[in-house]
Design a protein around this ligand. Structure first.
Ligand SMILES: NC(=O)c1ccc[n+]([C@@H]2O[C@H](COP(=O)([O-])OP(=O)(O)OC[C@H]3O[C@@H](n4cnc5c(N)ncnc54)[C@H](O)[C@@H]3O)[C@@H](O)[C@H]2O)c1
Length: 373
């Protein structure tokens, strides 16, 4: 098979995660395709050059537009702040490169729609960074649901909480500003929760929501000036799925003590499944058909019977971590590029998630139910 040349744009938290995924996908999965780490791109030349060398990239670049016409590149990972996703993704799609872009898609619905429109006519693939749904535990939960073990799915409960904005002294940053960060907790965390809901239950059709900004002013780093936080710290919504099931979505970036809680429950007429990302190798399963004296939640600890766990280690219970989810996501993208199948979550599916998170903000402002289809 023809080798695939890769560029990663951004060398921060997610840039490193993508770079590791690209270098691990072949050793972990034995992918037949040769992956060539061609270019690492960020704005600081010295840092980018050093990280390119450490990560095994052939070259470093500071101007992303120089990558557009590079024939050595087939795929681009976009891991820059949200305000850059739209322009970068559209330019690379138009240049005929496959695009793996971090979530959220963009700052506004209009931008996300423009990205999905370009992707629809491009002859290349798109994927968004909804890594949490790559978890073998989640794949197993979906299998249990699809096999009917929980009966008819009647309710979804989701809570996503972190505490990175809980302290009022956390400085003002690009994340606090509509022009650079877009939505607050909705764009940062709720979108992941919606990816769980869509993956496990199906599309959300309607929302009725409330949002709040807890710390309205924050100090500008290195000065005594305070600036307004323009987006929400907390958001919660009642939802209705296309299927008729009901649900609740809750999110906070100001929840002291929570580091990466993504707690989800799928309730059925015959049982319930619960999962929490802070205990990402476990599922809790309750089956109402068990004999009454033995009913109770049981813990399923993931292992090689829960693919693709076994690609990483043959030993059950030894546990996967956050970065491994990105390797699984990377494998999915390579498989789709080779087979021609549509990746999940591609830009069209991602636009549905954007409509829900922006719908939650709109519903909160209008204090009413909103159709988000
Ligand atoms: N999927 C997930 O679980 C997850 C987790 C965290 C962040 N994210 C998303 O990833 C994206 C990046 O977040 P992060 O936490 O990695 O941010 P970060 O600040 O750690 O990294 C962003 C990088 O982009 C670089 N950059 C900025 N402008 C650039 C330009 N014009 N050209 C090249 N590089 C440029 C910055 O210098 C920085 O190195 C965001 O969209 C965020 O929402 C996703």
């Amino acid at each position: 098979m023809r080798p695939l040349g890769v560029a990663v744009i951004g060398t921060g938290f997610m840039g490193k995660c993508h770079a590791m995924a690209w270098s691990h996908v072949v050793p972990v999965f034995g992918v037949e395709t040769e992956i060539r780490l061609e270019t690492l791109c960020d704005t600081n030349e010295a840092v980018t050059r050093q990280k390119a060398q450490e990560g095994g990239f052939a070259r470093a670049e500071t101007d992303w537009t120089k990558l557009l016409d590079d024939p050595r590149l087939d795929i681009v990972s976009i891991t820059t702040p949200n305000n850059l996703h739209r322009d970068m993704a559209i330019a690379f799609l138009e240049a005929g490169k496959h695009v793996w872009c971090e979530k959220p898609m963009a700052l506004t619905i209009e931008d996300a729609e423009a990205m999905a429109k370009t992707a629809a006519t491009a002859r290349v693939k798109t994927l968004l960074g909804y890594n949490y749904i790559r978890n073998p535990a989640l794949a197993h939960a979906k299998k249990i649901i699809q096999e009917g073990a929980l009966g008819r799915i009647i309710h979804f409960r989701g809570q996503v909480d972190e505490d990175y904005q809980a302290d009022e002294n956390v400085p003002w940053s690009w994340r606090s500003r509509l022009e650079t960060g877009g939505l607050g907790v909705l764009g940062d965390l709720t979108c992941h929760l919606v990816s769980f809901a869509h993956y496990l239950v199906g599309d959300v059709a309607q929302v009725c929501a409330d949002i709040d900004t807890v710390h309205r002013m924050r100090l500008v780093p290195g000065s005594s000036e305070k600036r307004a936080v323009e987006n929400e710290d907390i958001a919660h919504a009642m939802v209705r799925f296309e299927s008729g099931a009901t649900g609740v979505l809750m999110a906070s970036r100001a929840a002291h003590g929570r580091k990466n809680m993504i707690r989800t429950e799928v309730h059925g007429t015959k049982g319930m499944i619960a999962f929490d990302q802070e205990r990402m190798n476990e599922l809790q399963l309750y089956l109402a058909d068990d004999p009454p004296e033995r009913r109770g939640f049981k813990t399923i600890l993931t292992g090689s019977r829960h693919p693709p766990y076994g690609a990483f280690t043959p030993a059950p219970g030894h546990q996967l971590g956050f970065n491994e989810l990105k390797v699984i996501e990377c494998k999915h993208f390579v498989d789709c590029i080779e087979s021609g199948d549509e990746p999940y979550v591609n830009f069209a599916e991602g636009l549905k998630i954007e409509k829900i998170i922006h719908g939650i903000a709109t519903s909160a402002a209008s204090r009413s139910w909103l159709d988000v289809r």
